[in-house]
Design a protein around this ligand. Sequence first.
Ligand code: EPU
Length: 423
Amino acid sequence: MAAIVVEGGHPLDGDIHASGAKNAVLPILMACILADGPCEISNVPYLQDVTTTNELLGQMGVELGINEKMHVLVDATALNNHCAPYELVKTMRASILVLGPLVARHGQARVSLPGGCAIGSRPVNLHLMGLEAMGARIEVRDGYIHARADRLKGARIVLDTVTVTGTENLMMAAVLAKGTTVIENAAMEPEVVDLARFLQSMGARIEGAGTSTITIEGVDELHGTEYAVLPDRIETGTFLVAGAMTGGRVRVNATRPDTLEAVLGKLHEAGAELEIGENFIELNMHGRRPRAVDIATAPFPAFPTDMQAQFTALNAIAEGAAQVVENVFENRFMHVQELMRLGADIRLNGNTAMVRGVDKLYGAPLMATDLRASASLVLAGLVAEGETVIDRVYHIDRGYECIEEKLAQLGARIRRLPTTRAA
Ligand code: EPU
């Protein structure tokens, strides 16, 4: 298994480009199942989760290609297999996103029920409840969700928890349903809006994406389209935190500052100077140490759970103490024990971490446990004295495009080892 080695203590200084958003491109690729013609998707990040999605679609008979502009071409007109097997779903929970499109377009789906996850139990009951409300017959048997429907029909669906992929699955199902679907307490994440815009470009009739009520008027068919994926707000935020932790200067180009308000607010509170343009963000700490900032995660537009681990790392070396409260996933503190191996002073109590900033962290071998936790360990490695070796970096490759190349471009001393050194 590959590992990343970071030599800490070098302030970052430079410019990078944001990649396309992982959590937007995955539903968009799955939504291509709904189209009656080929789709051309640009700004697709090179990520393990995109490879897994392509493999999943390919197994179903979807034709995939890349053109001379490096755009991904997806033609699902020959789709002939309606199964998402356990072997793929267990490596990527977002595979559940084929459920809505398959039932809506083909009237049947067999999707492995995702199992537990490193960050929480993550059930999919709301996805199933919403599809049933639209008339799908659902049975869970042999570890698989078996769904069947003639044509789905519009329904009023009230989600009792805000769910991102749940909202996306139901929106994708509703675009081809007969009649009007209203999703209440819908997720307002920018990735949900991006999916809605993609579906609209295929001819779908959707209103209210980005608010808590989404109304979808079903249409008889959707056509192929061309679409550029939204920039990744979490990747952008991760690099800005890296700049802040190292006391450096980082400019992220080709990004969308309007999707990052809560994160930028916290970076400002931590003492960062921020210059914000329409499609760039420049952070400058002028060599200063960040101040500790309290964090409480919640659905968009509040502070994102996907940035919690990175800010826990920032607080670990900040001036002062802060409280980090994780409200979205019940077990998303796997990075804490690893940060403590570098010398961080963190006390965990249920869903709250009390972080007291220390003057110095010291490099050590660490284990990556999930995507964002792994990113926080790389950030900590950038400031830890000596060498930090982060093992199991395949977690990072699921969601960060060329993280070590981008960090190296900013001046970090970072390299990848093809195999682990520690047993
Ligand atoms: N929930 C239910 N029932 C459901 C669905 C969700 O109880 O049917 C609960 C979950 O257990 C959780 C909460 O609702 O406590 C929110 O989970 P949500 O469904 O919103 O998460 P998700 O859709 O599975 C997406 C992102 C995650 C991100 C979360 C929260 C994708 C592919 N994944 O997951 O991204 O953390 O929303 O914003 O969009 C990541 O990129 O590292 C990542 C984990």
